[in-house]
Design a protein around this ligand. Structure first.
Ligand code: SAM
Length: 365
């Protein structure tokens, strides 16, 4: 089993690890001072002059234990088991299908937490029992989150270490968690993210869409009219659009996206990521319904949809030179066509280049 052979860090050891500037709690357990996140060896990214200094200082601080690895100006811990601090809420990402996608830090935290607040305790039990974790579970879901927040704050006040998980992925991403985190922060306790799986990131990373910007839209509204209005609002956005969708609405959602955004726009359908029937399919929105209908299994499971950015309307003066550019492209390679068009029109080179690419793409269809 993946969890076997891992050595947890007891509270006493945790308090002694360099990098954890904690204070002793009532039970001798390391605690985060209220209102201040603990320094427990999180990644430091030093990009500015002042943050470089912080990076260097932290590196020096960690050096005696050979605890840090430095690459360029990034200092990170080597991966020793993390101290888990009392009076701290840990927001822990869990697998979206494949149980082995849990991070070592997530296991450290779940093993040492006094209480795990879980969206559905039965789902989380599958994970905890797989890794031999025996912490107490308490349910925290969309319907009891605010009331439960008071209890979580009382646990933190009593010096407990609390972890928050949802059924899959990262809490507060189309999941409960944000209200609890806000309440805990407002009450002056530390909140620490334990990053890991999230369907949106997994889908984007494997989509092959070179979209420098993307907008995470979560779930679209359930009713057809509200859904159509929402998609219409997004139609001209110049970034990729990312949606979550459930199996019983996937066909209707793809139809609605094609109707509003246009049959030509490319979509990546990422289904059952990290699971047995993982599928990542790319097609034009206009072809998506047919692809989905070709095999009843394709409608099953959980989905992330990524729609490519809307083509940006070129400025009028660029468009007026399309005929020249198209004629050049018909005879010459792209770079040469762009050079001649720039010389002839005095338009900025990058704008002519983008337009040339768009014309070439359109003529290839
Ligand atoms: N918090 C989660 C996260 O970080 O991804 C999302 C929770 S949301 C309630 C559940 C939705 O996430 C699903 O309906 C689906 O759209 C998407 N999702 C979750 N797991 C997935 C998977 N393995 N493959 C594709 N989509 C997934």
């Amino acid at each position: 089993m993946a969890g076997e052979g891992r050595s947890g860090v007891g509270a006493g050891e945790a308090a002694g690890i360099e990098g954890a500037e904690d204070v002793a709690g009532p039970t001798g357990i390391a605690v985060a001072p209220p209102g201040r996140p603990p320094d427990n060896g999180v990644v430091v990214q030093a990009t500015t002059a002042s943050s470089n200094a912080i990076g260097a200082a932290r590196h020096a601080h960690l050096q005696p234990n050979a605890f840090a690895i430095e690459k360029g100006n990034i200092v990170m811990t080597r991966g020793e088991p993390s101290p888990v601090l009392a009076r701290t809420l840990y927001v822990v990402a869990t697998p979206i299908g494949n149980l082995r996608d849990i991070t070592l830090r997530a296991l450290d935290v779940l093993e040492q937490a006094d209480i795990i607040a879980a969206e559905d305790t039965r789902v989380t039990t599958t994970l905890t029992s797989h890794y031999g974790i025996t912490a107490r579970l308490a349910s925290l879901h969309a319907h009891n989150e605010r009331q439960r927040a008071d209890e979580v704050i009382a646990w933190l006040a009593a010096g407990k270490r609390v972890a928050l998980v949802t059924d899959a992925g990262t809490p507060a991403i189309s999941d409960p968690g944000a209200a609890l985190v806000r309440a805990v922060v407002d009450a002056g306790y530390a909140v620490v993210p334990i990053p890991g799986p999230s369907a949106v990131i997994a889908a984007m990373s494997a989509s092959g869409l070179a979209a420098p910007q993307w907008l995470f839209c979560g779930f679209l509204p359930a009713t057809a009219s509200a859904r159509a209005r929402q998609i219409e609002r997004l139609r001209t956005f110049g970034c990729a659009l990312v949606f979550y969708e459930a199996p019983h609405r996937i066909a209707a959602t793809l139809d609605a996206l094609a109707a509003s955004l246009g049959a030509e726009r490319q979509v990546v359908i990422a289904r059952e990521l990290t699971k047995r029937f993982e599928t990542i399919h790319r097609c034009a929105l206009g072809d998506a319904a047919e692809w989905l209908a070709a095999d009843t299994n394709r409608k099953r499971g959980e989905f992330v949809l990524i729609v490519e950015p809307a083509a940006q309307t070129p400025p009028a003066e660029t468009k007026s030179h399309d005929a020249l550019l198209a004629a050049l492209l018909a005879e010459l390679p792209l770079a040469q066509s762009v050079r001649i068009a720039v010389a002839a029109t005095a338009l900025p080179k990058n704008r002519v280049y983008e337009r040339a690419l768009a014309l070439k793409k359109a003529s290839a269809r």
